[in-house]
Design a binder for this molecule. Structure first.
Ligand SMILES: [Zn+2]
Length: 275
């Protein structure tokens, strides 16, 4: 998305990158991001970043701005910008319920909201993360009882680290692949200590095994489900909502029905004319 030369997880004269997943990589003369996002992104790109801290006022182009943790993964952030037309909050990928390896999300109030809608229809209703943890441990113990190796598949950027933290908390030190290890080292650098080894009886893999994802068999997601998304909109109290990613169109329709003026937008779309 773009608003008045600012790119949101997109290219712009100046840009903001909400987190370190490749589909959110931004580009521009200056790309603002948190320090963990910069470290994690540099595992896969060589963008020139400008470091910003959560909660600290800075300027993007000529506009005052502030970052808020978005709860999606280490370093993930949403941004609030004080535009001439009013305040705008862009969530990036967001998770309201607390995960072990991500800072708890903080949601500010704003006049305009751009919200991700990956799981923006009511069929996506996930159990609480702590309940899903039990499912993961149940799967692990069941496999071990049968004499088989539990293999858990997860996105190597964020989700795998969450799984490692869960396994660690239950006394397991999993074996992980190189990509997961590389990312886990960045997590450790920022104080999230994760134990992994080359000999673990449980495997966390980026390519095989039972999938842990909002789309997978075990539904531990680092995205808000439909109900969390609605809660976020209620917290922001916006005059107008722009939905993006995933079920953007359906979610905009649902929000209109709930009394929020809403429209879906595409990645990279300039929305300045609508605010
Ligand atoms: Zn993401």
């Amino acid at each position: 998305m773009r608003v008045n030369v600012i790119g949101f997880d997109w290219r712009g004269k100046v840009a903001f990158q909400s987190h370190a997943h490749t589909d959110h990589f931004a580009s521009g003369k200056i790309v603002h991001a948190t320090k963990p996002t910069i470290f994690l992104s540099h595992l896969r790109n060589s963008t020139l970043y400008s470091q910003v801290k959560y909660g600290k006022k800075f300027y993007i182009e000529d506009y005052k701005a502030k970052l808020y943790p978005s709860g999606h993964m280490l370093g993930s952030a949403g941004i609030k910008i004080w535009l001439d037309e009013g305040t705008l909050y862009y969530t990036g990928d967001v998770k309201l319920e607390k995960l072990r390896t991500a800072e708890r999300a903080k949601i500010p109030k704003a006049d305009f909201l751009i919200i991700e809608a990956t799981f923006g229809v009511p069929m996506y209703s996930f159990p609480e993360p702590r309940k899903v943890e039990k499912e993961i441990i149940f799967y692990v113990e069941e496999q071990l009882d049968r004499g088989e190796k539990p293999v858990i598949r997860a996105n190597p950027y964020g989700k795998a680290q969450e799984i490692i933290a869960i396994l660690n908390a239950h006394g397991y030190t999993p074996k992980v692949d190189r990509e997961i290890l590389k990312v886990s080292m960045v997590y450790s650098k920022f104080g999230i200590k994760l134990r992994a080894s080359s000999e673990g009886e449980v495997i966390v893999s980026s390519s095989k095994g039972i999938l842990v994802s909002g789309f997978g068999k075990i539904k531990l997601s680092n995205h808000a489900d439909f109900w969390e998304l609605v809660k976020i909109v209620e917290k922001v109290k916006p005059e107008k909502v722009f939905t993006v990613f995933g079920h953007a169109q359906s979610f905009a329709k649902i929000l209109n029905g709930l009394g929020y003026e809403s429209m879906s937008i595409k990645r990279g779309e300039e929305i300045g004319r609508w605010i």
